[in-house]
Design a protein around this ligand. Structure first.
Ligand code: C5P
Length: 473
């Protein structure tokens, strides 16, 4: 850890200790996605353990209105996790020194100079792949008390949810690797190389294959009947004493047969990509119940993403903070429901061809009146996961609140474009009085509806008609 990072964490500790000593109340504002729910929960849990007075709330974005609302907020100190990039100056004006941001989104050089901004990029850590807000929150929690090392397990969920498993064979790298090793050392996490089927520990094999959308296997993803017939033809025993077997029960030979069956089914140019995505590191929480959806780190993260996206953040945060009572069933239902909805949206988008315009660089998808604003990130990621979209930039748009249009962009696997999507979205949106930002390979923007044509024109010049090796803007 660099000295500057340590200094920032020590500043965090001092500020929180001061709040506790002087009985000040603290508010935590966090994002609604998996990284937001985990980072907010990690901080809330750490504060509660220290005896601080605190409240936790979520927001789907950060904007001037939220800063404005802090003016009349009864809480004395504000922690913002996974949000707030670009608002340092305004927060200073509104709250003086009584705030801290813990984040990993790209920020400007000016913003990095603000001591209250604790952002990965400021310390030379790649916030797109080596750490996310959950990891930043974990280090802050550990600075408060070494005992918070156990929160490393939740920080692993955040990294998986933010798809930072970008190392070889879907491994975690950088600070995320360090955090996962801590969790492993504490006996909270097991890391293995395995088949990456969704519901590894919980779902009947055909269902697990059908639910797997990373990679999106044309014909198999969401098609249980075909999955069943493909697996039947592989010769694997699918049931044992009348009970469906789950992926975690397969031996090495059986795993090989599954791979062979999928390869035969999708015998086209995408096979290599499918295989490279299907085998990788799994992150298992051995202390969760055997048949629980919380045992597999990726499934845990999907559940959290689904909670936020359908306005049930509280369920996700309660689970992150350790509640294993009634909310567990709620979490499971939310996850099932969420998968159903996603399937419906994807079906409509692929059936209504007029919504999609595509060239060799980019796919533009119009999700208006179908995809809700909170689900754009999920859907654009899924489109990017489809092997047939390999190498392209995906840009999805839909209607947002108050006459706005929300954009969500992704670089798909193998995309060679040098365009930094965060800069693309921020620059374009700000020119039109909107907001935008994110990461090199995943970014979003929001503009008012009257600026839509201008924004589309901007995208056409800077992405659609830019060959994959030339620079943007
Ligand atoms: O909205 P979407 O999921 O496409 O956003 C991709 C990433 O960009 C997310 O990490 C999100 O938090 C970030 N983002 C941002 N500022 C925005 C919009 C999105 O930092 N105005």
């Amino acid at each position: 850890m660099t000295r500057v990072f340590e200094e920032s964490l020590s500043l965090f500790k001092d500020k929180i200790s001061d709040c506790i000593k002087t009985n000040k109340s603290i508010s935590i504002t966090t994002h609604i996605d998996c990284d937001g729910l985990t980072s907010g929960s990690i901080i809330a849990k750490a504060l509660i353990r220290e005896g601080a007075r605190c409240t936790l709330r979520t927001s789907k974005e950060f904007n001037k209105n939220i800063v404005e609302s802090f003016k009349t907020d009864s809480r004395d100190f504000h922690i913002i996790t996974d949000l707030g990039g670009g608002f340092g100056k305004e927060l200073n004006q509104t709250l003086d020194d009584n705030w801290i941001i813990l984040d990993h989104h790209q920020i400007s050089e000016e913003e990095k100079d603000n001591q209250n901004v604790i952002n990965a990029w400021k310390y030379g850590i790649d916030g797109g792949s080596e750490i996310c807000a959950g990891g930043m929150a974990y280090f802050a929690a550990k600075a408060l008390n070494e005992k918070n090392s156990d929160l490393s397990a939740i920080a692993v969920v955040s990294a998986l949810g933010d798809r930072q498993d970008q190392g070889e064979k879907k491994s975690l790298t950088g600070k995320n690797f360090e955090i996962s090793n801590t969790a492993k050392g504490l006996g909270l996490l097991e890391i293995d190389l395995d088949l990456l089927l969704v519901g590894r520990e919980t779902r009947p094999l055909p269902e697990a294959l059908a639910f797997t959308s990373q990679p999106f296997i044309e014909g198999l993803t969401w098609n249980k009947e075909t999955c069943l017939s493909v697996l039947n033809s592989s010769g694997i025993k699918l049931k044992e004493e009348g009970r469906w077997r789950v992926p975690a029960e397969l031996n090495e030979e059986e795993k090989r047969l599954v791979i062979d069956a999928i390869t035969k089914f999708s015998s086209d140019k995408n096979t290599t990509k499918i295989m490279s995505e299907l085998i990788g590191y799994t992150y298992t929480f051995p202390r969760e119940d055997k048949m629980s959806f919380l045992r597999d780190g990726r499934e845990y993260s999907t559940m959290l993403n689904s909670c936020g996206r359908i306005n049930r953040s509280g369920v996700g945060m309660a689970i992150c903070m350790g509640d294993r009572n009634k909310v567990l069933t709620e979490g499971e239902n939310i996850l099932t429901n969420y998968r159903k909805i996603i399937k419906e949206y994807m079906n409509i988008l692929s059936n209504e061809k007029w919504r999609i315009s595509e060239n060799e660089n980019c796919i533009m998808v119009n999700g208006e009146d179908i995809v809700p604003e909170t689900m754009t990130g999920t859907i654009s990621s899924l489109i990017a996961d489809s092997p047939k979209n390999t190498g392209k930039v995906i840009i999805l748009r839909t209607r947002g609140e108050k006459n706005t249009i929300k954009f969500s962009s992704r670089k798909s696997f193998g995309c060679k474009s040098e365009i930094n999507l965060s800069e693309l979205m921020r620059t374009g949106a700000e020119k039109l009085d909107g907001i935008g930002g994110g990461h090199n390979a995943a970014a979003g923007a929001k503009i008012t509806k009257d600026k839509l044509d201008e924004f589309l024109k901007y995208l056409e010049i800077n992405v659609v008609n830019v060959s994959s090796t030339s620079n943007s803007q």
